[in-house]
Design a binder for this molecule. Structure first.
Ligand SMILES: [Fe+2]
Ligand SMILES: [Fe+2]
Length: 367
C-alpha cells in the first residue's frame, strides 16, 4: 500500500466536486494521492489496486457517496481499507449513514489541513497496528506498549504534565527482553511504515541503542534506561509544527532554529516528570552534540561528551539516515555506515561507529 518509487502511503480521493482539487493539493507532499471524480471508474481501479486509505467526499456521481461506500465495502479487496468521509458540517445525519455504509471515520468541512492529515495518519496507523496482531506476544507487546505510551505522551505534553518513569520502563521491558533473546527484527519491521514519524524514529533509536548497550555489556536495569532514553530522546519533536518536521526540502535558518528547540522541549518534559534518571537526560540533551564541538544545543566538545551521548549520537544519525521519510527513500544500512565512517569522523565517536556496524553485520541488518 506504499508506492515503491515515492515511498509514500497511497491515498485515493473520490469526490465529484471541485473540493477534490483542494484536498489533493493539501495532501500531495505527504501522500501518493490518486484522485477520481467518477465513482464507477474509482471502484474498478481501486478494487484492482487497493490503496492504503480511501477518502470520500459527500458528492460522488453516479449514485451518491453512500452508494459508493457500500460498493467499496462489497469489493473483496477493499473490505478492510479505511474510509475517511468528508462531509459538510450542516449534514450531520451523514455521520451515522456513512458509518452504517462502512466509513471508518469522518471529518467535517471546513477543516484545517493539519486536521485531515491527523485523521489520515490515525487511520493508517490503526491498519499498521492491526498487522502487529500477527506477531508473537513479546514483539507485539513491545510495539503496542510503546505506541500507546506515545499516544499518551502527545496528550500529556499539551497539558505540561509527564508520565512517570515506571510507565515508560514498563513499556520498553518487552523490547529489552526481545533484544536479549536476539529476536527484535520484527519490531524494527513493525515500525517501519508507521505514519507517526517521531514514534517510528524513537522506537528504532530505542531498539538500536539497546542493541549497542547489550553488546557493550549493559545489565538489564541499565538496558531499560537506554531503551527509555531512546524512546524519549525526541519527545520535544511533538511540539514542532508538522510542516517543519516533515518539510521535503532543506530547512531554512529560522526553521532549523525551531527544529533545534526539540532538545530544550524534551528537557522541559523530562524535568516535569520529576524522577528521570541522569542517563535519560544525557541521551536527550546531548544526542545532537558532535565531538568537534559543532553540534547543539551546547556545542560540547571531545571529552565533554558523555559516553551515553556518543552512543546515542551514533544510533540517532544511523536511524535518521535509514528512516522512511515522506520526502526521501530510506538509505541502505551499508551506505549509511559508510557515510558515518568516512564523512563523520569529526562528529561521531568512531569506536562506537565500528562497534555498531559490526553488531548490524552480525544481526544481518546491513544491506
Ligand atoms: Fe533529536
Ligand atoms: Fe532523534
Amino acid at each position: 500500500m506504499q508506492n515503491p518509487v515515492t515511498n509514500k502511503h497511497s491515498v485515493a480521493l473520490v469526490d465529484s466536486t471541485s473540493h477534490r482539487g483542494e484536498v489533493e493539493k493539501a495532501l500531495m507532499s505527504f501522500y501518493d494521492v490518486t484522485s477520481f471524480d467518477d465513482g464507477k471508474d474509482a471502484l474498478k481501479k481501486l478494487a484492482a489496486s487497493p490503496p492504503a486509505i480511501i477518502i470520500v467526499g459527500e458528492d460522488v456521481s453516479p449514485g451518491g457517496s453512500l452508494n459508493f461506500i457500500r460498493a467499496v465495502r462489497g469489493e473483496r479487496t477493499l473490505t478492510e481499507v479505511p474510509i475517511l468521509y468528508i462531509i459538510d458540517k450542516k449534514n450531520f445525519s451523514l455521520i451515522a449513514d456513512g458509518k452504517a455504509a462502512g466509513t471508518s471515520d469522518f471529518i467535517t468541512k471546513p477543516y484545517r489541513r493539519s486536521e485531515i492529515i491527523k485523521s489520515i495518519s490515525r487511520l493508517l496507523n490503526a491498519s499498521i497496528e492491526h498487522e502487529w496482531e500477527a506477531l508473537p506476544e513479546l514483539q507485539q507487546s513491545a510495539l503496542k506498549g510503546t505506541a500507546s505510551l506515545f499516544g499518551n505522551l502527545a496528550d500529556v505534553l499539551s497539558t505540561g504534565e509527564a508520565l512517570p518513569l515506571s510507565t515508560v520502563k514498563d513499556s520498553v521491558q518487552p523490547l529489552v527482553t526481545a533484544i536479549e533473546n536476539n529476536d527484535f527484527k520484527s519490531i524494527l519491521d513493525g515500525v517501519r511504515n508507521h505514519d507517526d514519524y517521531t514514534y517510528a524514529h524513537s522506537m528504532r533509536v530505542a531498539t538500536m541503542l539497546s542493541l549497542l548497550g547489550h553488546a557493550a555489556g549493559f545489565k538489564n536495569d541499565e538496558q531499560l534506561m537506554l531503551a527509555s532514553g531512546g524512546l524519549l530522546h525526541d519527545v520535544g519533536k511533538m511540539m514542532i509544527p508538522h510542516h517543519i518536521l516533515n518539510k521535503p526540502g532543506k530547512l531554512d535558518t529560522a526553521e532549523f532554529e525551531i527544529m533545534k528547540s526539540h532538545v530544550p522541549e524534551t528537557i522541559k518534559y523530562l524535568k516535569a516528570a520529576g524522577n528521570m534518571p541522569n542517563a535519560i537526560f544525557i541521551i536527550a540533551e546531548q544526542h545532537h552534540e558532535k565531538i568537534d564541538g559543532t553540534g547543539y544545543p551546547n556545542g560540547l566538545k571531545g571529552s565533554e561528551l558523555n559516553e551515553l551521548a556518543r552512543m546515542a549520537a551514533v544510533v540517532d544519525v544511523f536511524s535518521a539516515l535509514t528512516d522512511r521519510r515522506v520526502y526521501k527513500p530510506p538509505m541502505e544500512s551499508g551506505k549509511a555506515i559508510q557515510i558515518m565512517k568516512n564523512e563523520m569522523t569529526t562528529h561521531l565517536d568512531q569506536n562506537f561507529v565500528k562497534m555498531f556496524s559490526s553488531i548490524l553485520a552480525d544481526a544481518d541488518i546491513l544491506s
